[in-house]
Design a protein around this ligand. Structure first.
Ligand SMILES: Nc1ncnc2c1ncn2[C@@H]1O[C@H](COP(=O)(O)OP(=O)(O)OP(=O)(O)O)[C@@H](O)[C@H]1O
Ligand SMILES: [Mg+2]
Length: 221
């Protein structure tokens, strides 16, 4: 489902450059729940951004569902692939401040002309937010915003879910619920999940664990 071949990422140019990933190769099969660990600044978000096609590698290739996405030249083809096949939970929730939770969660479907507030409502209920669908993101707690952004990421029933510290603001109980939910969705619905976290307990729920350190990925489970 995800394949990286000899991916190197260098930010900046000349003397100012910073190499974050060096010759990283990775394969994640469909339906696997994979956890990515690593110290702050090790390049976890960078790796996710490359897979999400929000940034391009300095060298190397990335394949998503068999397609070489590093060869895609137009932003519109990347955007279409993103909207139809991928869901994202960003490190900072990324909800649109001027829209209600309901509108935020329905947004990915609306962009494809498939708006259904009923489906968005159901998703919000599933994440314990059924009572606050008309609130604006600014009026929610950090954990509520995180749960809403997970709901939004699932709205278009993606093949691939990329989640960057999606549980950083959640209490232990909610955190475990999300990990269990992710494990179940990968097992029962064939959803491929790549989740960045600092929580080592997440490893217990995952099929595979990689640790990013010194510009390299090491398989630790
Ligand atoms: N756009 C950018 N331009 C230059 N350097 C960047 C850019 N984005 C990230 N970096 C640098 O690359 C390194 C990796 O950053 P990244 O955000 O991928 O780390 P991370 O593993 O996600 O960290 P955290 O756990 O704190 O979120 C850091 O040293 C960061 O300062
Ligand atoms: Mg990060």
């Amino acid at each position: 489902m995800i394949e990286l071949k000899h991916v190197t990422k260098i930010y900046g140019q000349g003397k100012e450059n910073l190499c974050v990933l060096e010759d990283v190769s990775l394969r994640i099969a469909r339906g696997k729940f994979t956890v990515l660990l690593g110290p702050s600044g090790s390049g976890k978000s960078t790796l996710l951004n490359l897979i999400a096609m929000l940034d391009a590698p300095t060298s190397g290739k990335i394949f998503i569902d068999g397609k070489d996405v590093t060869a895609l030249r137009s932003e519109s083809s990347r955007a279409k692939l993103r909207l139809t096949k991928m869901g994202f939970v960003f490190q900072f929730d990324g909800l649109l401040p001027e829209f209600s939770l309901l509108e935020n969660v329905d947004m990915p479907a609306r962009m494809l002309g498939r708006s259904s507030t009923k489906k968005a409502q159901k998703l919000l209920e599933r994440f314990g937010l059924g009572e606050m669908v008309h609130k604006l993101p600014a009026d929610l707690s950090g954990g509520e915003k995180q749960r809403a952004s997970i709901a939004r990421a699932l709205r278009n029933q993606p093949l691939l879910l990329l989640a960057d510290e999606p549980t950083g603001n959640l209490d232990v109980q909610r955190k475990v619920q999300v990990f269990e939910d992710f494990a179940r969705m990968s097992r029962e619905e064939g959803l491929t999940i790549l989740m960045v976290t600092h929580d080592v307990h997440a490893a217990d729920f995952a099929d595979e664990v990689f640790t990013l350190q010194n510009k390299q990925l090491v398989k630790t489970k």
